[in-house]
Design a protein around this ligand. Structure first.
Ligand SMILES: NC(=O)c1ccc[n+]([C@@H]2O[C@H](COP(=O)([O-])OP(=O)(O)OC[C@H]3O[C@@H](n4cnc5c(N)ncnc54)[C@H](O)[C@@H]3O)[C@@H](O)[C@H]2O)c1
Length: 323
């Protein structure tokens, strides 16, 4: 069967991660077009994959016949590429957070639905092979409270420290942890968040919140908290407490279940990043049904709405925001 022709918009840090995945599926997909505003990045990618380099994605759309597209630009740079892809019926994989503008994201979501387009979002932690076990435990135990935290570190790309560009910690990084909470415990219907400054000093061009804490109300009645900051050593955990015991889970798939007469622990054993990228390509090729994609745009929208609601609550001095 012919190779799937793939284009990239954005050839920075996360694109390199996906490039590694493409190295492992040379038999089924080929990167044929690479676009970046930074010419060197587009050229390097083009050289690596024998692709054509572009500086302007509109020119790339006009000249290339693509079977699939990867959109790997920073959060505030989604300025229409998804809409062109929808117009041209090109399935796309887009990185989280898919936009900071909820109106734009909703327009994209509506276009995807209307055209029944295959999409995926880079919420790769859903592919950890321990998630189903965590979901089963959560479904079979009455969850009272869920407490979670994620601390740092601070990505050093220029745009990250500017809240208007990245959305800040809760939106840009902790979306993975909020998404995992939703994936295991179900939808969240209300958030209330507060943030603080004054901990991080001496970082230039910095206006994101240093830390925030969020109260979460889940649809199933569970309540929870998420505390997050852009300092510290990258600690993560999500702990669910039930009268029958507790489960600790991380977005990288490690888990510990502690009950009165039982203690089990383990970690994900699969290459979940590869699986996330490859599942999308397999669905585009028709090798698997599209519903095997664990993070389509429509599903990721709920996590995007959640993290943007966190920022809205922070801006409103901790007022609740209903989802
Ligand atoms: N899933 C994950 O675990 C994960 C990890 C890291 C980053 N990300 C996400 O990936 C996205 C990109 O992050 P990054 O670290 O790769 O950033 P980056 O700055 O390294 O790369 C972004 C690239 O996009 C290019 N770009 C921006 N606008 C463009 C346009 N209009 N046309 C062509 N190119 C354009 C920039 O020039 C840059 O090279 C962010 O949304 C980030 O949150 C996801």
């Amino acid at each position: 069967m012919k190779k799937t022709r793939v284009g990239f918009i954005g050839c920075g840090g996360i694109a390199q991660y996906h490039f590694g995945h493409f190295d492992k599926m040379k038999d089924k997909a080929q990167i044929v077009a690479a676009c970046d505003l930074i010419e060197e990045r587009a050229q390097e990618t083009a050289k690596r994959f024998g692709a054509k380099a572009y500086l302007d994605y509109k020119e790339m759309f006009a000249k290339e016949k693509l079977d699939a597209l990867f959109i790997c630009v920073q959060p505030a740079a989604h300025d229409g590429m998804e809409l062109i892809a929808i117009d041209k019926k090109i399935p796309f994989f887009v990185q989280k957070p898919m936009s900071l503008d909820i109106k734009y994201a909703k327009k994209v979501a509506a276009g995807i639905k209307k055209n029944k387009l295959i999409t995926a979002v880079g919420l790769q932690c859903r592919y950890c092979d321990t998630c189903q076990m965590a979901q089963r435990w959560a479904a079979n135990h009455p969850i009272g409270v869920v407490t979670a935290h994620r601390l740092g570190g601070m990505p050093m790309v220029w745009w990250w420290r500017v809240k208007e560009q990245s959305g800040g910690q809760a939106v840009e990084q902790t979306i993975h942890d909020f998404d995992m909470m939703r994936y295991i415990f179900g939808d969240v219907v209300r958030v209330q968040s507060i943030a603080r400054h004054g901990v991080i000093t001496g970082v230039e061009n910095y206006n994101v919140d240093d830390a925030s804490s969020t109260l979460l109300t889940f649809k199933n009645g569970a309540i929870g908290t998420m505390s997050t900051g852009c300092f510290g050593n990258g600690e993560h955990s999500i702990i669910a407490y039930s009268p029958e015991g507790k489960m600790t889970f991380t977005i990288f798939g490690s888990y510990k279940i502690e009950q009165p007469h039982m203690k089990i622990e383990g970690t994900a054993s699969n290459d979940y990043g590869q699986e996330c990228t490859e599942t999308f390509i397999d669905a585009v090729r028709g090798d698997i049904p599209a519903d095997e994609i664990l993070s389509p745009y429509s599903e990721a929208m709920k996590s995007l709405e959640l993290v943007l609601a966190v920022n809205k609550s922070i801006d409103n001095g901790g007022q609740p925001v209903d989802l």
